[in-house]
Design a protein around this ligand. Sequence first.
Ligand code: IMP
Ligand code: MG
Length: 182
Amino acid sequence: MNKDLESIVLTKEQIKEKVTAAAKWLDGKYGSCENPPLFISVLKGSVMFFCDLVREMQTPVQIDFMTVSSYGSNSESSGMPKIVMDLAAPVKDRDVVLVEDIVDSGYTLQRMRDLISGRGAKSFTVVALFDKPARRKVDIKADYNCFEIEDEFIVGYGLDYAQQYRNLPYVGILKREIYEKK
Ligand code: IMP
Ligand code: MG
């Protein structure tokens, strides 16, 4: 285990189980759709989850990416998520599936929902790896959550603190001293 972590929340094996279950749920929902749904990865945090998830699915999908930044290098959301890189393709009349790493305050999800619905998507579904309901500031939630966590700051498998720890193959709780010393 990385020395900056307090404990492991999800091992590599547990992540695989969660991904398989989410892929199954999505295949059930979109397997008989006429047109392939558009899967959007909210970068950078969801990238590992996104790649594993779409590869585990049987249903043909299309993919796109959007970079959203809410944190700077803090562990608290600024409340004003910024679109750093927009989608390449239009979402009008598409079945959109947004893939998020974690829903925390909910500001990012709210922003994405308003944006994508505003552009005329036919449907909007959200799949999140983690849900942290204790920290919610807006009344919004994912349609499918893989795992619910307490109010702890987690890193790994795409999730960062100040852009670090994203490439850990597991998810763990970051020691408080790492982010409280700043
Ligand atoms: P929200 O806008 O507060 O819901 O936060 C959403 C984004 O904040 C996520 O997509 C993550 O990138 C980041 N985030 C929230 N909680 C954590 C955490 O515990 N570890 C790492 N990143 C987090
Ligand atoms: Mg982040």
